[in-house]
Each structure stands twice: as structure tokens, then as C-alpha cells.
Design a protein around this ligand. Structure first.
Ligand code: GDP
Ligand code: IMO
Ligand code: MG
Length: 441
């Protein structure tokens, strides 16, 4: 059964949304499985730009079912704004479904995110300040509020909010000098959230079970990226969920046997936004070229993304953690105009001189690593108009072949520009089925 996971293979912003939008043409279901409005997913279609934070990036096609899955955290105000903007642009959200199990980000989570960052000072994570960490903390601490709770009777909802306030207030007031939560005020807020979210809350478990039974094409949309994974990333400079392929199962409710393929999205180079180690980070003219030509500014926060060469050590690790079947390599066009390209093949420990092939488990070790590079000549002219692999310049093919060899994963898709059309399909990722539609809203 064709359920394909689209996972960010680096530190996020790899161009996942562009690939999701592209593949969604053949899918019937698109599911966001983790994260919240920390995600900023950009789709460019026919020169028109769409930015998503919570709504799956497949929503631009009519008739596709878009699910915000149980593993996500939803800030209702951001979701509402996103839905309104889509409606204003005549994009239908009639087939948007929200899992009742998804957790809600509430205003105190957002405030707490900011306060925690301020307390960390120099050591701050550089979060998006969208309340993600505090929402997942409450989920794990079993004092979260879930989307489905909005549909409880008034009595039960108030009871739940009172329990939450009783548990949170000593911490909010005592440790963070915040105003205490008033269950009645929270209840009034939830009444509003009920009106904006209620119509979309549905039994997504059943919807997905039907999809699987009918052999529909399913796309699982990851947010963030492997190196930001809570368990497998550069801890503690990570997000608070599991963007990796395993997270696609827990975050959607699909069992592992339902997953047919895992595609890792990666830029032809590397970027990172926020704090934390980044072995191939560039501070020279090449880095400036990548930032400028690649327009490397965050979709959610507008922060400048740090840029560097492709890190095959991190990507080999990512390929293994996710069980990648194929790579979608984006932003190859950003290399246009450079004279030399580099791939980091291994690390050298600055302190011991040891050559390291494996990605370290601790940032304290990673910080001692310097990249060992292979160098490649770049091409003349632009690749952004190319649509067939054969037409790529030889220099591009040599670079991509070596990249694929180092990561031990074949290349499925190459992206040469932000637009849906600017794509080279090396292989079919999703099969055509009877229900596949080419219609565009
Ligand atoms: P996501 O979070 O992984 O979906 O990625 P973002 O949307 O945050 O950032 C990727 C940015 O790169 C967006 O502005 C995309 O429009 C753009 N993009 C995607 N693929 C390409 C590409 O092949 N070339 C260029 N130049 N831009 C691309
Ligand atoms: P998409 O889905 C890039 C980063 C933040 C910070 C860390 C923790 O667009 O690829 P958080 O707010 O999640 O607690 O922040 O994770 N981060 C992202 N970086 N792309 C994202 O999402 C990100 N979402 C979070 O910058 O370093
Ligand atoms: Mg992004």
C-alpha cells in the first residue's frame, strides 16, 4: 500500500512543502504528523506563494483529504488565521480534518517558551517561540489539553481546565513569575476555540483506516528535520517532537507496515536556523552566496538561516535513522554562479586528529569536529530551466552522484527552483492510481 513518508533529512527548511505539493497530485491523503506552528512550509505554484504552518501542504489541490494528525500540537489562533487566508484565496478547506488527539498550544505555552529562552540567556535554544516545547512538555506530563477536549461537555471541560490550572500555577507563578491561570478565563477561550476548530475535528483514525483499506495513496508530511529530532538530533538544540520516519507512525496512527517508502528531503547544501553545532557552517563568500541566492530566511520567524556545505556524515546518519529509500535534493540551482562546490565526507577531531565517519551522539563531541572536504568544479550557466536528468551539466551529475554514493541512498527527485514545475523526477515516487487527479484549485 502506497504510504510515503516525506521527512526533513537535515535541520529543517529543506523544501519539504515543495515536494509534498508536487507529490500530492497523486495522493488522496496528506497528513502532518508532528510539530506545530514552528513549521514554515512554502509552496510556489505558478509564481504564487503559499506559506503553511499547520495545514498540510497538499491543500492546494481540491478533493484531497488533509489531516492534522495526533502527533501535532495546534495553536488554534494560528490555525484559524491560516484557514481564513486560504479561504480568501479561494482554496477549499472542506476536507481538512483534525485529530481529536492533537494537543493544543495555549497562550501560556507561548509565554513560557519566551521566558525559558530568556532564562537560558547565551545558552538559549533559539526556538521559534511558538510554545512548542512547553506544549509537548504538558503532553508528556499528562496535563495537556487536546483538540477533542473542546468537544467535551462544559462541565467536563471546566473540570479538566481546573486540573490543569491547579498543576501549572505553582510553576507558572513560582518559577516563572507569570500570572496564574484562571480556569474560567481558559474556559471562555476554549469556547472560542471550539467555534473555530470544532467543525474540523473528526475521527481521523477511522478516516485513515478506510484509506488503507481502499489502497489509497497517502503522504505523510514531516515538519522540522532529522537533526532536530528530540531523540536523534543534536540534543538539546532540537525541537520537542519526532520528525524522523518513526514519528510518522506514532504521529499519524498508521502502523509501520503501512509505510511503503521513506523519502528524505535535503538541500544540495546545508542550513540551520537557531543555535547549536553545525560542522560545515560557512562564514565566507560561498556562505554569503548560499544565503543570498538561496534566500535563506526563516518562513516562520524571518531569522537568517546559517548556511554551509553539504554534510554527508550527518546525512548518512539521517539516511540510517529514517531508513531512507530515496533522496529529494532541493535548491541545486542555488549553486549557479559558484566556481567550486564542496562535500563534507568525514570529520576530523581537532583535539585528537582522529578521522570520524559516524555522527557523534553528543554535541560536546560534535563541537570538536571539523569537516574533511572533497572539492568539485561547479558549472557555467543556470540549471533552473532543466527538467530531465540527462540535460544537467556534467559537473552537476558528478556532484550528485558522489553525494548519493556518500549517503548510500539513490536520488529520486532533484529540485532546481521553488516552483512546482522546476523539478526533475528521476523516478516515480508515488504510483498513479485510479483516483489520482491532476486538477489544481
Ligand atoms: P520546508 O520547511 O522544508 O517546507 O522549507 P521552507 O519552505 O521553509 O524553505 C524552503 C525554501 O526554499 C522555500 O522558500 C521554497 O520556496 C524554496 N525552494 C524549494 N525548493 C527550491 C529549489 O529547488 N530552488 C530554490 N531556489 N528554492 C527552492
Ligand atoms: P520546518 O518544518 C527549521 C528549530 C528552531 C530551534 C529548534 C527548536 O519549516 O522545516 P522549537 O520552536 O521547535 O522549539 O525550536 O528547532 N526549528 C526549525 N528549524 N525549520 C523548522 O521547521 C523548524 N522548527 C523548529 O529554530 O533551533
Ligand atoms: Mg520551513
Amino acid at each position: 500500500m502506497p504510504a510515503v513518508v516525506i521527512v526533513g533529512a537535515q535541520w529543517g527548511d529543506e523544501g519539504k512543502a515543495k515536494i509534498i505539493d508536487l507529490l500530492a497530485e497523486r495522493a488522496q491523503y496528506i497528513i502532518r504528523y508532528q510539530g506545530g506552528c514552528n513549521a514554515g512550509h512554502t509552496v510556489v505554484r505558478g509564481g504564487e506563494t503559499f506559506k503553511f504552518h499547520l495545514v498540510p501542504s497538499g491543500v492546494l489541490y481540491p478533493g484531497k483529504s488533509c489531516i492534522i494528525g495526533p502527533g501535532t500540537v495546534i495553536y488554534p489562533d494560528v490555525l484559524h488565521e491560516e484557514i481564513q487566508k486560504l479561504k480568501e484565496r479561494n482554496i477549499s478547506v472542506d476536507r481538512l480534518f483534525i485529530s481529536p488527539r492533537a494537543h493544543l498550544t495555549l497562550p501560556y505555552h507561548v509565554e513560557l517558551d519566551g521566558r525559558k529562552e530568556e532564562l537560558l540567556g547565551e545558552g538559549k535554544i533559539g526556538t521559534t517561540r511558538r510554545g512548542i516545547g512547553p506544549t509537548y512538555e504538558d503532553k508528556v506530563g499528562r496535563i495537556g489539553l487536546r483538540a477533542g477536549d473542546l468537544l467535551l461537555s462544559d462541565d467536563l471541560l471546566l473540570q479538566r481546565l481546573t486540573m490543569i490550572a491547579d498543576q501549572k500555577n505553582p510553576i507558572l507563578v513560582g518559577a516563572f513569575n507569570m500570572e496564574p491561570l484562571d480556569p474560567r478565563e481558559l474556559f471562555t477561550l476554549c469556547e472560542y476555540y471550539r467555534t473555530i476548530m470544532g467543525p474540523y475535528i473528526a475521527d481521523t483514525d477511522e478516516i485513515l483506516a478506510d484509506a488503507v483499506e481502499q489502497d489509497d495513496n497517502i503522504l505523510l508530511e514531516g515538519a522540522q528535520g532529522t537533526m532536530l529530532d528530540l531523540d536523534h538530533g543534536t540534543y538539546p538544540f532540537v525541537t520537542s517532537s519526532n520528525p524522523t520516519a518513526g514519528g510518522a507512525c506514532t504521529g499519524s496512527g498508521l502502523g509501520p507496515k503501512a509505510i511503503s517508502r521513506v523519502i528524505g528531503i535535503t538541500k544540495a547544501y546545508t542550513t540551520r536556523v537557531g543555535s547549536g553545532p553545525f560542522p560545515t557552517e560557512l562564514f565566507d563568500e560561498s556562505g554569503q552566496h548560499l544565503a543570498k541566492v538561496g534566500a535563506e530566511f526563516g518562513t516562520t520567524t524571518g531569522r537568517a538561516r546559517r548556511c554551509g556545505w553539504f554534510d554527508a556524515v550527518a546525512m548518512r546518519y539521517s539516511a540510517r535513522i529514517n531508513g531512507l529509500d530515496g533522496l529529494a535534493i532541493t535548491k541545486l540551482d542555488v549553486f549557479d554562479g559558484l566556481e567550486e562546490l564542496r562535500l563534507c565526507t568525514a570529520y576530523r577531531n581537532r583535539q585528537t586528529g582522529e578521522v570520524v565517519q559516524q555522527f557523534p551522539s553528543h554535541i560536546e563531541i560534535l563541537e570538536h569536529m571539523e569537516p574533511i572536504y572533497e572539492s568539485f568544479p561547479a558549472w557555467q550557466g543556470s540549471v533552473s530551466h532543466i527538467r530531465q536528468y540527462e540535460d544537467l551539466p556534467n559537473e552537476a551529475k558528478i556532484y550528485l552522484n558522489r553525494l548519493s554514493e556518500l549517503v548510500k541512498t539513490p536520488i529520486s527527485i532533484i529540485s532546481v527552483g521553488p516552483d512546482r514545475e522546476q523539478t526533475i523526477m528521476v523516478e516515480e515516487v508515488l504510483p498513479h492510481n485510479a483516483k489520482s487527479s491532476c486538477l489544481v484549485s
